[in-house]
Design a binder for this molecule. Structure first.
Ligand code: FES
Ligand code: FES
Length: 619
């Protein structure tokens, strides 16, 4: 075959995927693996001019083909027009999807140099981006199209150098060039001489005692350099964002499906996988708790011995006299709301490369969102001075809070210290979903007492959150959920309980908004429900109850200045709220079908001609 115009001749297993051949054998790491299942498009390459997902193609099928990867798009060492357009529009954030997206956009313009927005959308439809919302990618492709067709000049793609402050000016992101060329190295792209590959044995049970763990057969296998278990931990075995309740590798017990038990570092991934099969684990299954209500029942199975009530964190807030407030209310309206666990689905699965540097310092490169914290934890776990542990944050291919936890860096460290060789570990998408923390699912019992005018007299909010098997960020999430539970509304009599409990589900951790989303969802749904019961415009109900200057928050800070009403009114104006009919909810109302009426609520985003500041945040 040829790759980017260069002939390539190599003997490999015919079953090897084209993606692995390009990345692991030829070290063209621009093409990324996001899913390994043909869904995300991050591995897209051209095979004989046809856009293909290289994770689905055996290399044998491409053996006489011309392959083009992202690295082949540059023209004479310079960004091509499309790459410049992506740079100009700021179409990349974390950048992990960008190589695949560039290939799809290239395919779109090759197929139809005059493609319109809808066709571009259609042709980029096989590629997933978790960060950008796609609009800038469509804009970039249109911009490139118009420059290529001579409708716009190439000068337009240059950076506008502006004097003065950065805020409000249109600067290029300094890392865009490496993202649009595929040159940026994420942890899974990194290699070192003598590097081993790690695989992890994970629990098939949600809750079980480990009666026996025998790694001798795996250790004896050719190509295996190290097998690590909890027995290799020299220091204090435990990590977490708030409490150190998670062992690096299961210690006598597994607490969720996916809990790490042992790991193998071997010459290649296949050998490491084979060795995992040789590890013998004898389990005694325990009753698993999968519902939060069951976790707090008297006599419930205990998940962590030192937490007999299974309560990770309880944050109460008390203000005024809720019973009196409810008794004096004209209406008391109750409902229970549920939110589900949410997978972060960052396009870059977890990965890390660890090694000992020339001075014997342990170095770990991974897309960790919390390197200082992880460094301290690792030093304690490994019983090493903190200055002998170095964490380097590799480019983060999307995090959204999900890479704050140290789920695998400790295992990598153990494997390096045992093998004395560099070790790399790259999660599969399946492993990422099984093993990493999710957004906390909540059940929220909401009780609101109101008078006839719609003024809130009292509020009682009881939130039960599923922390899963380990604390991770539960403590912080409970604090935030409790503080924000009652929303931006002045309430004299308030009782909030935010309780995070252990279960045998996948751990819950940090995710964007950190507990606020769940409580706000319940609050705003409940206000809509109350408005309906009171036959009042939901907008008016909110206006009546907003905090005002001089009010005290639910946690007793005096508010010196409150702009809630202005912000709310501006949002309503921009949404043309008042042109719709009042008090309409849901999609089933027949009056919604009439022209000019307010459309039903849908999840999504609307664009308004507002000036916005983009932070380019992806992590
Ligand atoms: S489509 Fe190939 S990695 Fe996702
Ligand atoms: S920029 Fe697309 S996944 Fe992050």
């Amino acid at each position: 075959m040829t790759v980017n115009g260069r002939p390539v001749k190599q003997s490999v297993s015919p079953h090897l995927r084209l993606l692995d051949f390009l990345r692991e054998e030829l070290h063209w790491t621009g093409s990324k693996e996001g899913c390994g299942a043909g869904e995300c498009g991050s591995c897209s390459v051209f095979v004989d001019g046809v856009l293909m997902k290289s994770c689905l193609m055996p290399v044998a099928k491409a053996q006489h083909s011309e392959i083009e990867t992202i690295e082949g798009l540059e023209e004479q060492g310079k960004l091509n027009v499309l790459q410049q357009a992506f740079q100009k529009t700021g179409a990349s954030q974390c950048g992990y999807c960008i190589p695949g997206m560039m290939m799809a956009a290239t395919a779109a313009l090759r197929a139809n140099p005059y493609a319109g927005r809808e066709e571009i959308k259609e042709r980029l439809g096989g590629n997933i981006c978790r960060c950008t919302g796609y609009q800038k990618m469509f804009e970039a492709t249109e911009l490139a199209r118009d420059v290529m067709n001579g409708k716009l000049t190439i000068e337009l793609l240059k950076e506008e150098k502006e004097e003065g402050p950065f805020i409000g000016s249109n600067s290029f992101r300094i890392d865009t060039s490496s993202k649009v060329t595929g040159a940026l190295k994420y942890a899974g792209d990194m290699v070192m001489p003598q590097m081993l590959h790690m695989q992890v044995l994970r629990s098939p049970y949600p809750h079980a005692e480990i009666l026996e763990l025998d790694t001798s057969e795996a250790e004896a296998m050719a190509g295996v350099e190290a097998v690590v278990t909890h027995r290799d931990v020299q220091g204090i075995d435990g990590f977490g964002v708030f409490t150190d309740d998670q062992p690096v590798l299961a210690r006598g017990k597994v607490r969720y499906v996916g809990d790490a038990i042992a790991a193998v570092a071997a010459e290649d991934v296949l050998t490491a996988k084979e060795a995992l099969k040789k590890i013998k684990v004898r389990y005694r299954e325990l009753v698993a708790i999968t519902k939060t209500e069951d976790a707090i029942k008297t006599g419930a199975v205990i998940i962590h011995d030192d937490v007999p009530d299974n309560i990770v964190m309880h944050i109460p807030i008390r203000k005024g006299n809720v019973d009196k407030g409810m008794a004096e209310a004209d209406f008391v309206i109750e409902e229970t709301y549920y939110t589900q666990p949410v997978e972060h689905a960052y396009l870059e699965p977890e990965a890390g490369l660890a090694y000992l540097d020339a001075d014997g310092t342990l170095v770990i490169q991974s897309p960790s969102q919390n390197i200082t914290h992880h460094r301290q934890k690792l030093a304690k776990i490994l019983d090493m001075p903190v200055n002998r542990v170095r964490m380097i944050m590799s480019p983060v291919g999307g995090g959204f809070g999900g890479k704050e936890d140290m789920h695998y860096q400790g295992i990598l460290a153990l494997a390096v210290l045992k093998s004395r060789r560099p070790v790399r570990y790259v999660f599969t998408r399946e492993e990422s979903i099984i093993a990493s923390a999710k957004r906390h699912p909540f059940s929220i019992k909401y009780q609101l007492g109101l008078n006839r005018e719609g003024l809130i007299q009292a509020s009682k909010i009881h939130m039960l959150a599923d922390a899963g098997a380990y604390n991770c960020s539960t403590e912080g999430v409970m604090r935030k959920a409790a503080i924000l539970a009652a929303g931006p509304y002045a309430i004299e009599n308030l009782m909030v309980d935010a309780i995070g409990v252990y279960t045998n589900n996948t751990p819950s951790g940090a995710m964007r908004s950190f507990g606020a989303m769940q409580s706000q969802f319940a609050t705003e749904c409940h206000l809509d429900l109350c408005a309906e019961k009171l036959e009042m415009d939901p907008v008016e109900l909110r206006r009546k109850n907003f905090f005002k200057e001089g009010d005290e928050t639910h946690t007793r800070q005096e508010l010196g200045s409150v702009s809630m009403l202005e912000v709310f009114n501006s949002a309503l104006d921009l949404a043309d709220w008042e042109t719709g009919i009042s008090n309409s909810r849901g999609a089933t109302r027949s009056d919604l079908a009439q022209s000019g009426n307010r459309p039903p609520c849908t999840l999504g985003a609307r664009q308004f001609p507002l000036e916005t500041i983009s932070t380019g945040q992806a992590a």
